[in-house]
Design a protein. Structure first.
Length: 765
């Protein structure tokens, strides 16, 4: 550290070095980056931008604050070392020079640091000027140059820096003090001043990384505490020493690079920081790669930008299938990477080589074999295996299969097993052995994503699949199925209806003829010959049967072969029954009610015929000639093809129940007719035409069947009462017999019983 001296001259300010030659004593061993001295330069215009330079730039460098640093490490010789420091105004290009002489400090004993350096004075800046009045003083407007103090000084402490004094100390007894952070403000006590002599000292080593500069104010007062000088500002800059190693932000850095990347591909950036001054060599870092593992295919696959820390590829040949990961040891060194006196630290960069599709899938065989039973679907018949060197379970590894030939009807498909990447040849449509006994498929496999550019391999691999169809015993089938037969109803039992036969698709199996049997015949009208399939009726076919729906009767038959295992097939015979006029029409309803006097309340009746047109309506309605009372009392009028009205012919008919025969004839050829009895209840009616004595008429009209039913109910009731009486008498006799069998010892009469309660028990009473 070269002391700083700021003096006051009575002459006007002059910009430049205050001296032509500046001498400094430094230690004999000089280290790179070590601050040696501070050159003093006076700038009358504080806004000037001054650039400092050295005539020996390879040995010495001058900072913007005037501090001279050693560029390299060396030993000072016994002779003084001289060089020139220049200062240039960046705007006007005006230049000033000063010669610097460095002398190695002597090594003889007994010489203290205090003896080896001169303590400079800082004088409160005032200037005098002449006037008609006595001499007056006016404060000058220039700034005291900063004091540069290296960090980590070894002392001894307190270490004297400068002496603060006023030029009025000759006439007054003054007291000096300093204020500000580092003096009387936290951190207190770092800087102290002798109040009498004004000697400013530092009491401990400084750390630039904690506080880079201190701003103090020096004060001068008389013994009464009166201010005799305006305070002056003192700036103490802590000069950085290279006392901090670079520190990486992460100890392990992770990056990726695609395989096959060209030289110059960016991979990642590593970053280290240094707590030292980033504008000085102490904080200027340089990066380099110390080692690479593995060293295949080249020991220098990567390089690093020594200033930015960017890692890029410098060699081709990155292949994930050979090397999946590289580990680099990265070193960061301060002092701009100087290996001699720079401090270093290391970190690890792990670079993962990511996969690209540079390997197509390859079949493990040229031909694959499989077999499938005929008529089976959704079964896997063959497994296609491929190999792919790319990373498993990625689009570059996943295989897609397709058929390129041998399956024109689309009976097969190929699915991909997501775990094994195998191709699963699956049957999706039934295969008939009698039609196709073997399939030879050509298949291709490719990845989900295209191959990377520049890959010379074909994008897909091909193979053949030979699939053998296995013959199985198939079920016989009826032809046609269902079979439709049209037949008039009324065909007699024992008549041949038709022949219903089946065919066996197994032409290459040694099987005998088929056997036939009946599976479903709801009305039990049919039977089938077990050998030739001839169907014969066993009952009369009736279209009006409840088993016939919409003129159709369905029966199901079974054809069975003698294969192993036996197989059978079903066929449905549909008989369309044609209607014949085999049913006479009937009257509906069977009962009706009318008034005993002639009133306009005719009875509506309808003809019902199970047959269909033309063997049904329109119908003819008439009353028979006998007995004569029918036509005398009643008349019938047809109102439509299916309906007629029955009404009284006479004015009054006694109340009661009358059976009125009605003859109904259909339109069939030949006609069919029947006489139906309509039970008519004639009753007394009110003015509204409603019957008033229906109950009496119904009671009077009880027939023989109703009377017999009532008598039977009475008899059954009497029998039940008689049985109950007999049962009660028998129960009383059994109770009396049990009482006679009671043991006399069990009789409690004439016995004294002891109870635990007052008054005794019931048996004593």
């Amino acid at each position: 550290q070269a002391p700083i001296k700021a003096t006051c001259e009575d002459l006007s300010c002059k910009t430049g070095f205050p001296e032509d030659v500046h001498s400094a004593v430094v230690s004999r061993s000089v280290h790179g980056g070590q601050p040696l001295l501070n050159v003093r330069f006076r700038s009358c215009d504080g806004n000037k931008k001054i650039h400092f330079g050295s005539s020996e730039p390879e040995d010495f460098r001058v900072g913007e604050d005037g501090v001279v640093y050693a560029e390299r490490s060396f030993q000072l010789s016994a002779e003084p070392t001289e060089f020139v420091v220049s200062a240039q105004d960046k705007e006007t290009q005006e230049e000033w020079q000063m010669r610097v002489k460095l002398t190695a400090e002597p090594t003889f004993a007994g010489t203290s640091e205090k003896d080896q350096k001169e303590i400079e004075d800082i004088i409160f800046p005032w200037q005098q000027y002449k006037h008609s009045s006595p001499l007056k003083r006016q404060k000058r407007d220039w700034v005291i140059p900063p004091i540069n103090l290296p960090e980590n000084s070894r002392g001894p402490f307190p270490q004297e820096l400068v002496r603060i004094r006023s030029d009025r100390d000759k006439s007054l007894s003054l007291r000096y003090s300093v204020t500000g952070p580092g003096a009387d403000q936290p951190p207190t006590g770092i800087f102290i001043i002798n109040p009498i002599s004004g000697q400013l000292s530092v009491t401990k080593p400084l750390d630039r990384e904690q506080i880079a500069s201190f701003h103090l104010r020096a004060h001068a007062v008389d013994v009464n505490g009166n201010q005799v000088e305006n305070p002056i500002d003192i700036v103490i800059n802590v000069i950085d020493m290279n006392d901090n190693r670079p520190e990486f932000l992460h100890q392990v850095w992770n990056g990726t690079v695609p395989e096959g990347s060209k030289p110059g591909t960016y991979v990642m950036t590593v970053t280290a920081i240094d707590a030292d001054d980033p504008n000085a060599q102490n904080g200027m870092l340089r990066y380099r790669i110390l080692s690479q593992a593995p060293s295949s295919p080249s020991p220098n696959m990567f390089t690093i930008n020594n200033e930015t820390g960017d890692i890029i590829t410098v060699a081709a040949g990155l292949d994930r299938e050979k090397v999946q990961q590289y580990t680099l040891i990265i070193q960061a060194t301060d002092m701009e990477g100087n290996p001699t006196y720079g401090l270093s630290n290391t970190a690890t960069a792990v670079i993962t080589v990511t996969d690209v599709n540079d390997n197509p899938p390859e079949f493990t065989a040229m031909t694959f074999y499989g077999e499938v039973p005929e008529n089976r679907v959704d079964v896997i018949v063959a497994n296609l295996t491929v190999t792919d060197k790319d990373q498993p379970h990625t689009p570059a590894w996943n295989a897609m299969y397709r058929m390129t030939g041998g399956d024109p009807t689309g009976r097969f498909t190929i699915l991909t097993d997501p775990n094994s990447n195998d191709g699963l040849v699956t049957v999706v449509k039934p295969i008939d052995f009698e039609t196709n006994r073997m399939f030879v498929l050509t298949v291709a496999a490719e990845n989900q994503v295209p191959l990377a550019k520049g890959i010379q391999h074909p994008p897909q691999s091909t193979a053949t699949v030979s699939i053998t169809v296995i013959d199985v015993n198939e079920s016989p089938y009826f032809v046609p199925n269902p079979k439709l037969v049209r037949q008039e109803e009324g065909l007699f039992a024992g008549s041949v209806l038709t022949t219903f036969t089946a065919q066996d698709p197994d032409r290459y199996m040694q099987q005998t003829s088929l056997r036939y049997s009946k599976l479903s015949d709801p009305a039990n009208w049919l039977k089938i010959d077990p050998v030739n399939g001839q169907i014969t009726t066993t009952a009369v076919l009736d279209r009006e049967s409840i088993y016939v729906q919409n003129n159709m009767y369905n029966a199901t038959f079974l054809a069975s072969d003698n294969g192993i295992p036996p197989m059978s097939g079903t066929g449905t015979l549909q008989i369309h029954l044609l209607d014949i006029n085999d049913n006479a029409p009937q009257v509906n309803p069977k009962e009706a009610t009318t008034c005993e006097t002639l009133q306009p309340n005719a009875i509506n009746i309808t003809a019902v015929d199970p047959d269909i047109d033309p063997n049904a309506g329109p119908f003819a309605f008439e009353l028979p000639d006998t007995p004569a009372s029918i036509k005398r009392n009643w008349t019938i009028v047809r109102i439509s093809g299916d309906h007629a009205q029955l009404s009284l012919r006479i004015r009054f008919l006694e109340a009661g129940i009358y059976d009125v025969p009605i003859v109904i004839t259909d339109s069939g050829n030949p006609h069919a007719s029947s006489t139906s009895l309509l039970k008519v209840k004639v009753c007394q009616c009110d003015i509204n035409g409603d019957c008033t004595d229906v109950d009496r008429i119904v009671g009077a009209g009880l027939g023989t069947g109703a009377i017999i039913a009532i008598l039977l109910c009475i008899i059954i009731l009497l029998i039940l009462v008689l049985m109950f009486v007999v049962w009660m008498k028998r129960r009383d006799k059994e109770r009396q017999a049990k009482q006679l069998l009671i043991d006399p010892e069990d009789d409690v009469r004439d016995n004294i019983l002891k109870y635990d309660e007052e008054g005794g028990g019931e048996e004593d009473q």
